[in-house]
Write a protein that binds this ligand. Structure first.
Ligand SMILES: Nc1ncnc2c1ncn2[C@@H]1O[C@H](COP(=O)(O)OP(=O)(O)OP(=O)(O)O)[C@@H](O)[C@H]1O
Ligand SMILES: [Mg+2]
Length: 178
C-alpha cells in the first residue's frame, strides 16, 4: 500500500508541470474522515480533458502512454469508502479533493509528509507552497511566502533551510499524531 504522502507528492508534481506559482496542500481530519486538497493556479484543463483524466490512459506525458498519479489517488481513496473529485478550468487552475475514511483497514498511512513537502520545495524552489494539516489535537503548517519574507535573500533551496522545513513539519506533526 502506497503512503499518502507519496500520492500527495505525485499530485503536486502535476501542479508543477502545469506551471503553477502557488500550490496549496491542505489536510483536514474530522470525524474519522481525512480530507486532502491539492489546489494550484496552473494552466488548468479543458472540460473535455478533465472528463477523461481519471482514466490511466489519459496523459500528456511523452515518455510513456499511461498517467497514473490521478487514477491511483482516486483508487486509494475509494478503497477506504472515501471520495475523489477534481475541479479545473483553463486559466483558473486545478483543485483535487479526496476523502479517506481513516478507520477503514485499507486506509493508507500518511508516511513521511515532511519529506514530501521538503522534496517539493527542493525541486521547485520558485513555486510557493502552503501546507496545512489540521486535526482535532493540533495543527502543522508551513507557508513558503512567509518563510521567504523571513529569510530575506537566503534561497529556499539552501540545505539548511530545507532541513529546517523538514524538521519543523516533522516536529509539528509529532505534536498531535497519536
Ligand atoms: N494540476 C493539473 N493541472 C493541469 N493538468 C493536469 C493537472 N493534473 C493532471 N493534469 C493532466 O492530467 C494528466 C494525467 O495526470 P496523472 O497524474 O494521472 O498522470 P501523469 O502526470 O500524466 O503521469 P504520472 O503521474 O504517472 O507521472 C497529466 O498528464 C496532465 O495533462
Ligand atoms: Mg502525474
Amino acid at each position: 500500500m502506497k503512503e499518502l504522502s507519496l500520492h500527495i507528492l505525485d499530485i503536486a508534481m502535476n501542479s508543477v508541470k502545469a506551471g503553477a506559482s502557488l500550490i496549496e496542500i491542505t489536510l483536514t481530519e474530522a470525524g474519522g474522515v481525512l480530507t486532502v486538497t491539492v489546489r494550484d493556479d496552473g494552466a488548468g484543463m479543458t472540460p473535455e480533458f478533465l472528463a477523461t483524466v481519471t482514466d490511466p490512459f489519459t496523459t500528456t506525458r511523452t515518455t510513456r502512454k499511461v498517467g497514473l498519479g490521478i487514477p491511483l489517488l482516486k483508487l486509494a481513496a475509494e478503497q477506504t469508502g472515501g471520495t475523489f473529485a477534481i475541479e479545473s478550468a483553463p486559466g483558473a487552475g486545478t483543485t483535487v479533493t479526496t476523502a479517506f475514511h481513516t478507520g477503514h483497514m485499507d486506509n493508507p498511512p500518511l508516511g513521511d509528509i515532511a519529506g514530501s513537502v521538503m522534496s517539493l520545495i527542493q525541486g521547485s524552489p520558485d513555486i510557493d507552497v502552503v501546507y496545512t494539516h489540521s486535526a482535532p489535537a493540533g495543527e502543522a503548517s508551513l507557508d513558503t511566502r512567509v518563510l521567504r519574507e523571513a529569510l530575506g535573500g537566503i534561497p529556499l533551496e539552501s540545505p539548511d533551510v530545507l532541513l529546517w522545513i523538514q524538521q519543523t513539519i516533522e516536529e509539528e506533526e509529532r505534536s498531535f499524531q497519536p
